[in-house]
Design a protein. Structure first.
Length: 339
């Protein structure tokens, strides 16, 4: 008998990391011994349905969402960082309501490879804790989330980020340097100016690719960096590369010699591809990734980019442990057994 699974997450918004997670999740669900009927909640159902060959309904259509949950066997919530109120309290409330509805309909709920917290609002923290305790399987992707689950007395398992499962063709170009930025409240003008100065000093003879991974969030600051660089040195070979597809983003990262990157999944893909990475940490998940692989990193809020840091990064040989990278693949057997 075919079982029906609903997937809830930050899908259809054009965010590289979330879309790659969805790709890997759907591909693996389709490999299960027992066939599944998959429905994805997406802000762009037509695109999601076409790209993933699944049924998809509008994220913010409550009637359709409730109908799909009622007729399903299981809800998979995640991956990504859905259950936190730093980005938005509204988004946290939305994801909690989806979980709540699934449990009201007595469906299984799987929390899939999420980075959970922080939840600073006390009421939302209590509600999140309550619903996580009611969930059938809780998997978290980092130690901080696991510690929070222990504090909340929620039974949870630490897992790897599913993007470690992606297949990557290594094709590094020694002449290409990647800069990957996203806007955030802690990104100051002085930080951007110092970054521009260092890029010009150390990479003036390279092709500089400024990568946008989510155009609606990244393009503005990417263009600001490009304008800064052009003002410093009009002869620099610098261009902004917009996100057109997940596959193209991965290819753009894989061909780099070095990446100075902010987004967690940009740094992850670079590590997987053997590209030297200097993470710019705007979030604890980026810091945790850097520490896991023994990488120097810049804390955007508390650190300055200096010539010394760049010089050390450029001259330091970085060799990633392939066995460790291979060991980080997500084991989907846990999900299959639960469904």
């Amino acid at each position: 008998m075919t079982k029906k699974v609903c997937i809830s997450g930050y899908y259809g918004f054009g965010n590289f990391g979330d879309e790659i997670i969805l790709k890997i999740l759907v591909e693996n669900l389709k490999k299960f011994d027992n066939p599944l009927e998959i429905t994805v909640f997406s802000s762009n159902p037509a695109k999601t349905s076409l790209e993933r060959n699944v049924k998809s309904v509008q994220t913010f259509n409550p009637i359709e969402i409730l109908k799909e949950l009622y007729n399903s066997d299981c809800l998979i919530s995640g991956g990504g960082s859905l259950l936190q109120d730093i980005t938005s309290k509204k988004s946290l409330v939305y994801y909690l309501l989806v979980i709540f509805a699934a449990k009201i309909f007595r469906k299984k709920v799987i929390i899939f490879a999420q980075g959970i917290g922080p939840v600073n609002n006390k009421v939302l923290a209590c509600l999140t804790r309550f619903l996580l305790k009611k969930s059938d399987l809780v998997t978290v992707r980092d130690e901080n989330s696991l510690n929070l689950m222990k504090k909340w007395e929620v039974a949870a398992f630490k897992c790897s980020d599913p993007v470690w499962n992606i297949s990557i063709q290594k094709s590094r170009n020694p002449e290409k340097i990647g800069i990957q930025l996203r806007d955030c409240p802690t990104m100051s003008d002085s930080f951007l100016e110092n970054l521009s100065f260092c890029i010009n000093k150390f990479y003036k003879d390279k092709e500089i690719n400024i990568l946008s991974l989510q155009n609606s969030f990244d393009l503005d600051i990417c263009n600001r960096l490009k304008n800064n660089l052009n003002k410093i040195n009009s002869e620099l070979n610098v261009k902004v590369i917009e996100s057109t597809s997940n596959e193209q983003v991965i290819q753009n990262i894989c061909c780099l010699k070095e990446l100075i990157g902010m987004r967690y999944h940009a740094c992850l893909c670079a590590i997987k591809a053997g590209v030297k990475v200097l993470p710019l940490s705007y979030d604890i998940k980026v810091k945790s990734l850097a520490e896991e692989f023994g990488l120097d990193y810049i804390d955007i809020e508390n650190s300055e980019i200096t010539e010394t840091i760049f010089s050390r990064f450029i001259n330091k040989e970085i060799i990633y442990d392939e066995n460790k990278i291979n060991s980080l693949k997500f084991n989907f057997k846990t999900i299959e057994n639960m469904i």
